[in-house]
Design a protein around this ligand. Structure first.
Ligand code: GRF
Length: 202
């Protein structure tokens, strides 16, 4: 039997997208498995979720650590777990161009907006302030420029009258939990290549 694609999920907080990936990978026919969840923040809630699901959960601290040393430690742990795809899921640390190049075409991120609209933070409040009728989430390959890599897939939700940033976030999050496992499945089946989604040469 061919070994399933080994994924390393990088988190900084509650880890609900990581949990969605773990849950999807519990299906026998899912072509990937979560080899390790790594947080740069020691107290991240997602670490407990991972452990409870029987997934290796590790901390690679970033605070007060030089970026090069932090990323070298991260790479060492990803290598130790023989990771073939890195999934950023609420990972709040910007990665260096060198790290991004090392994982080019093998590192995905999920972002809570319909990119290229609203890169960065506070996307739901900004979408409400802008008065958009549609909002959503995006899975994209990670590039050196934050929230700007090749888009792989998006899911849209309506913005409803009376929405707050919280109600809108919850509607988007439900789509994130559906979309990310789908995209990872496509990647693991070899159906996704950097460039394909943007019309470039695969
Ligand atoms: C999600 O909205 C994700 O799109 C963004 O950060 C949030 C992380 O949530 N990048 P969680 O930690 O996966 O629950």
């Amino acid at each position: 039997m061919i070994e399933r694609l080994r994924i390393g999920v990088l988190i900084s907080g509650r880890g609900s997208n990581m949990a969605a990936l773990i849950a999807a990978a519990e299906a026998a026919d899912y072509p990937a498995r979560i080899a390790v969840a790594i947080s740069n923040v020691a107290g991240a809630g997602g670490l407990e979720l991972a452990r409870a699901a029987g997934v290796a959960a590790e901390v690679v601290p970033s605070r007060g650590v030089a970026r090069e040393a932090f990323e070298a430690a991260l790479n060492a742990r990803l290598a130790a777990h023989r990771v073939g795809l890195v999934c950023l899921a609420g990972f709040m640390r910007v990665l260096s161009p060198a790290f991004v190049a090392r994982w080019e075409g093998r590192m995905l991120n999920i972002h809570p907006s319909l990119l290229p609209a609203f890169p960065g933070l506070d996307t739901h409040a900004r979408a409400l302030a802008a008065g958009v009728g549609e909002h959503g989430c995006t899975v994209h390959f990670v590039s050196a420029k934050v929230d700007a890599g090749p888009i792989v897939a998006q899911a849209a939700v309506p913005v409803l009258a009376g929405d707050t940033a919280e109600t809108l976030a919850a509607r988007v999050l439900a789509q994130e939990h559906r979309l990310y496992p789908q995209v990872v499945e496509s990647f693991a089946r070899g159906e996704l290549r950097i460039g394909a989604a943007t019309g470039g040469t695969p």
